[in-house]
Design a protein around this ligand. Structure first.
Ligand code: FAS
Ligand code: PHB
Length: 389
């Protein structure tokens, strides 16, 4: 079997890359170990940056997003017993859209299948060979047939636990944080129209949402926390404490999903070896405090689609040669912003008083200086794709 681009992984990165390439007349095959249902139900990110929304609109993937997405013009930082709104619209002239990652995945899968795209779910025994000259991706299809997929280039979009990164053998930069997030999805109508990031003596809490009926909430917990040790009642009680503020109420409701997400900063350099190119979580991980993970994956494949097209249709190698360096500039900007938001908002387990005072000073400066608030706003809303970073 042969294609131009073999894409390993059907998360946001792999699926969007397939769509972007098809629009340019470049063939691809996407292979995915999980089922279609699994990838479409997996609850993960919730915030789309402005450049992400613009890109999805530009390529015909935003019809439901524009109908069901929730446009937000700011966020609130809650600390020192008070609320401090960061007004994105005033500071940087645009905002974010709250729309679940699983909805983006559903929309792209639907578009690819409607266009006759070749998406192979529930594959197994995936291998990537000969990446230096004539790549071959091997896999066993859901029907048990062994396939050797010859291709011109391979996109490793298989996430942090995939096999692609190991084939690149990159240098890695890795930092694990001494805390995690316990997240719940609750059938409870949001009581506030924007996100609230709370820095409380007990720890960080985040109030988010998915729709007018669904609230998304997170609590800072110790890194090895077992979600099952937190009863729903205990979660609601602690959320009420950490998010408590004058005039703020929290609707409780059935918990539809509960899980613990570890916090780490991770970058693999370079994001390429020969004809194998890494994109998304296969190459980098950010702590979710800055809502960057999925947006970074989407930015990577925007660059990769252009680079692959120039190479495969015109023999122009400038884009693929610059790919890793181009993406890493944005990756490190997002790593720094995500580390900064995480450090500013989470309690350090050792309770070091010096760190606590630095944190409060940073928070107070961020909400009292227009320059500091603008810096948070432009990073959170998303720096333009193609910007010099
Ligand atoms: P993904 O991990 O989404 O997709 C990779 C795909 O490759 C998966 O479907 C996997 O099954 C498949 N795969 C793996 N190995 C394979 C193989 N050998 N062959 C074929 N397929 C293979 N980001 C935020 O911005 N906000 C959040 O709140 C947030 N919460 C998260 C919670 C969790 C539990 C996790 C794990 C991540 C979270 N993220 C969050 C980050 C997340 O949204 C990622 O940034 C985003 O999914 C990245 O997309 P991809 O790079 O496509 O990787
Ligand atoms: C979410 O809604 O899942 C979400 C929002 C903002 C974040 C992280 C997660 O920083």
């Amino acid at each position: 079997m042969r294609t131009q681009v073999a894409i390993v992984g059907a998360g946001p990165a792999g699926l969007l890359l397939s769509h972007l390439l098809a629009r340019r007349g470049v063939d691809s095959v996407v292979i995915e170990t999980r089922s279609r249902d699994y990838v479409e139900q997996r609850v993960r990110a919730g915030v789309l940056e402005h450049p992400t929304v613009e890109l999805l609109r530009e390529v015909g993937l935003a019809e439901r997003l524009d109908r069901e997405g929730m446009a937000h013009e700011g966020i609130t930082l809650r600390f020192d017993g008070g609320d401090h709104r960061i007004d994105f619209a005033d500071l940087v002239g645009n905002g974010i859209t709250v729309y679940g990652q699983q909805e983006v995945v559903k929309d792209i899968i639907a578009a690819r299948l409607a266009a006759g795209g070749d998406l192979r779910f529930e594959v197994s025994d995936v291998s990537i060979e000969r990446i230096d000259d004539a790549p071959v991706v091997g896999f066993t299809g859901a029907d048990g047939t062994r396939v050797e997929l010859a291709c011109d280039v391979v996109a490793g979009c298989d996430g942090f636990h995939g096999i692609s990164r190991g084939n690149v053998g990159p240098d890695v930069f890795d930092r694990e944080y001494p805390f995690a997030w316990l997240g719940i999805l609750a059938k409870a109508a949001p009581t506030h129209h924007e996100l609230v990031y709370a820095n409380h003596a007990n720890g960080f809490a985040l109030y988010s949402m998915r729709s007018p009926e669904i609230t998304r909430l997170y609590l800072q917990v110790p890194p090895e926390t077992d979600a099952e040790t937190w009863s729903d009642a205990r979660i609601w009680d602690e959320l009420g404490t950490r998010l408590g503020a004058d005039g703020f109420t929290l609707n409780e409701g059935p918990v539809l999903e509960k899980g613990v997400t570890g916090m780490r900063s991770f970058v693999a350099e370079p994001m390429r070896r020969g004809r194998l190119f890494l994109a998304g979580d296969a190459a980098h991980i950010v702590p979710p405090t800055g809502a960057k993970g999925m947006n970074l994956a989407i930015a990577d494949v925007g660059v990769l689609a252009e680079a692959f097209t120039a190479f495969l249709q015109h023999g122009d190698e400038a884009g693929i040669d610059a790919y890793s360096e181009t993406c890493l500039r944005r990756v490190w900007r997002a790593e720094h912003f995500s580390w900064w938001m995480t450090s500013m908002l989470h309690n350090q387990p050792d309770g070091d008083p010096f760190t606590r005072r630095l944190q409060l000073s940073q928070l107070r400066y961020t909400v009292s200086s227009r320059a500091a608030a603008t810096s948070l706003a432009e990073n959170y809303v998303g720096l333009p794709h193609g910007a010099e970073l």
